[in-house]
Design a protein around this ligand. Sequence first.
Ligand SMILES: Cc1cc2nc3c(=O)[nH]c(=O)nc-3n(C[C@H](O)[C@H](O)[C@H](O)COP(=O)(O)O)c2cc1C
Length: 408
Amino acid sequence: MEVVRNITQDTIWVGGGDVRLALFENMFPLENGVSYNSFLISDEKTALIDTVDESVGRQFIENIKAALDGRTLNYLIVNHMEPDHCANIDEICRLFPEAQIVGNKKTFQMIQQFYDIDIEGRTLEVKDGDSLTLGVHTLRFIFAPMVHWPEVMFTYDAYDKMLFSADAFGTFGGYTGNLFSDETDYEEVYLSEARRYYTNIVGKYGVQVQAAMKKTADLDIQMICPLHGPVLRGAQMRKLLDKYAVWSSYRPEERGVLLTYASMYGNTENAVRLLANFLAGNGVKNIRIYDVSKTHFSTIVADAFRFSHLVFASPTYNLKLYGAMENVIKDLAALNLQNRDVSVLGNGSWAPAAGKAMAGMLSEMKDMRLIGDVFEIRSALKKEQYSALENLAELISSSVLCVDVESA
Ligand SMILES: Cc1cc2nc3c(=O)[nH]c(=O)nc-3n(C[C@H](O)[C@H](O)[C@H](O)COP(=O)(O)O)c2cc1C
């Protein structure tokens, strides 16, 4: 039985949701699943915008058939060739042999790479800025390379003033029936997941996200239809656009301190908790403490993009940095995180190396400003180090309280 919903008079959501998937990209934990959006526009011609993941393929085909209501499909527009959105291209080609596939040069290369489909004679290659008229709906294609794959394009429907934005503005979270952002408590339910999705998946490509946003800045957009999560409109849409402007520029979103530590026997953790106590005593709000061995790195990444100040603390392990900590800092560097104030605590019992290793990795990242010296612990924090830790807390606190953020 079909599960579809009209977005406008002519455009129907025909996607699906998967709450069984545990790890998105086999990497990112999903508490409430994920949705795969696809949209059918019925005008004089019909056009389907993207397909879905194979896990919801059967539902999707039922949805399309119902939404077409006996009509045929004229166009399949492929905004993004990641398999969670294009897994059904071959099925669509088989069911609708007269449908033309609309994409760019890179789209067609990827179709050939992923699938053994004969698309000869049924492609419509578009260039950046090209339009396609369906009747009253004219679709404009806006290339958005590396948001977050090279072939990505947005499709703008000038008639309904909707932007189909591929993975941009998407979020984790399954389909609840509340398709529109203003039917949900978006900030409460989705914003932190939208942040985790953006920072981990698209975060590396801030420059490209800004370029795409610049290209669409003059469009009259009343709705954004991403490939995951609610269709955005109204205040939630404007809020997420503002958030994207901040995240993609790597500016901190909020004043606060994220303390990330590794600890095998609790001594490094003890120093971090005392530091956090001092910070709170100095009036710092928004303190988060994460154990790298316990909290998934994607949550740490999201909060590293969010907060203005970062503290990393780790023991030495076989003359190197503790592995889980090394991975987190490497990941932050790979995602291009920059422009943060950072402090480092290292621990070791005979040949300490962690503090230096962390400071070295952070110094190679852009605009990472070290606050205080690397704080060295020999096995466990001692009473005589108390005031030195208090001094470090003082330096961090005064920096937090005067840092420039978007919404302090
Ligand atoms: C397997 C293993 C390897 C270690 N390698 C080193 C090392 O190479 N150099 C060093 O100074 N300490 C090393 N240590 C000691 C820890 O870094 C040190 O005891 C630290 O205080 C532990 O902090 P924690 O209590 O927060 O776990 C090692 C500890 C373990 C368990």
